[in-house]
Design a protein around this ligand. Structure first.
Ligand code: LMR
Length: 389
């Protein structure tokens, strides 16, 4: 029966991890998968995570099941970080998920379960978005979001596309730190966007995977908070992978913002039911660490300080790159004001392969670079190689 299957291509982003590892050139540079690295090229474990892990090891007295909704204290604290006090807490249904991808998949399953068919996605987007939605039975509808040669967010195109969407359609938004472009939606634009979404009766699904890596913890959710204050219903998929450096622990959550506490209760039961038939219960370890950090003032302060250091390192690298690249591509001056880990360079796939083969610089074929993967000492060399293309 397995004959019915055909070989599937490896995920191009994840395949880069293996290719980079195999490369033995000493000066190789990894601008591939979205993982933060420090000035030594290492992905550190946050100090607060280490401290919480130690505490957890000493105090955890059972490995018994937690339940399909996961750790309710984690859910509550994480929502405070994301939504603040914008929404009456009884209107929020939150369920812990295996990472942000698990949250997106549960959201897609929920939309499908309630009869939703189409989801609008600004292109380019994280390639896995469309795949997750399709696998859950939704139909992704793309519209152009970003113009690579001019490095501009096509906000008017986005608004026009959403004005043509049918009531009940879902719309995927990136809360901030857009993956793969770093393109910024201003607060005034969020306000316009929220008004169109509310007026058209669309359901926003907001992907929040990089809180704290753009302009700051609160700044990175300011647009999202405005949106959920305006629309009656929304879904928010949260990843703790980057913000807490918990990548492999798979900690995340899906939150539904609903119009009443009884609606929240119904949505929560549906999310829990979908989780039960998919993976039954989420892994505990990462969420337990986040819970401990967010419920302890000292650990929280230290986590915030370390996250801020990472954010500033990325901002500095952005400035240096933009400065160096703008004489060859004037539009790339925008890299300095884009936010988060990624920018999308105007490179052809052949350029990407040349950089990889001739100089050991790794990035996906799209020309996306993970700025958080670059050391200050590597910036000039990378700029020189880009300019020589
Ligand atoms: C990325 O875009 O590189 C990250 O979100 C990691 C992933 O799972 O693709």
């Amino acid at each position: 029966m397995f004959d019915a299957l055909t070989r599937q291509p490896d995920d191009p982003l994840l395949a880069l991890i293996g290719l980079y590892r195999k490369d033995e050139r000493p000066g190789k540079v990894d601008l591939g998968v979205g993982v933060y690295r420090d000035e030594t090229g290492h992905t550190p474990i946050f100090r607060a995570v280490k401290a919480a892990e130690k505490r957890l090891l000493e105090t955890q007295d059972s490995k018994s099941y937690v339940g399909p909704e996961g750790d309710l204290v984690f859910i509550d604290h994480l929502w405070t970080l994301v939504g603040g006090d914008t929404i009456d807490r009884s209107h929020i249904a939150g369920v812990q998920t295996p990472g942000g991808s698990g949250a997106l998949r549960l959201a897609a399953d929920l939309i499908h379960q309630m009869g939703g068919k189409r989801i609008w996605i600004g292109l380019p987007s994280w390639p896995n978005h469309a795949s997750i939605f399709k696998t859950a039975g939704l139909e992704p509808a793309g519209y152009p979001f970003f113009d690579v040669p001019t490095q501009t967010v096509l906000f008017d195109t986005m608004i026009t596309a959403l004005q043509s969407a049918a009531a009940g359609d879902a719309v995927l938004l990136h809360a901030s730190c857009h993956n793969p472009t770093g393109g910024v939606i201003t607060q005034a634009q969020w306000m316009e966007l929220a008004a169109v979404i509310a007026e058209r009766g669309l359901l926003p699904l907001v992907d929040l995977a990089y809180q704290g890596f753009g302009r700051g913890l609160d700044e990175d959710v300011a647009g999202l908070r405005h949106l959920i204050g305006v629309v009656p219903e929304a879904l928010v998929a949260v990843s703790c992978s980057k913000s807490f450096g918990l990548y492999r622990e798979r900690a995340g959550a899906i939150f539904a913002v609903t119009a009443s506490s009884s609606s929240a209760d119904t949505v929560r039961s549906n999310l829990a039911g979908l989780a039960r038939t998919s993976y039954s219960m989420p892994p505990d370890h990462g969420a337990a660490i986040v819970r401990m950090i967010l419920s302890d003032a000292e650990l929280k302060r230290d986590w915030q300080a370390e996250l801020e250091t990472m954010r500033l390192r990325i901002t500095n690298i952005r400035r240096a790159l933009a400065e160096g690249l703008r004489d060859r591509w004037q539009a790339l001056g925008a890299v300095a004001s884009q936010e988060g880990m990624f920018s999308l360079l105007p490179l052809a796939e052949a350029d990407v392969m040349r950089l990889r083969n001739e100089h050991g610089i790794y990035m996906p074929g799209s020309g996306r670079i993970n700025i958080a993967g670059l050391k200050t000492a590597e910036v000039d060399g990378v700029i020189a190689n880009f300019k020589n293309l």
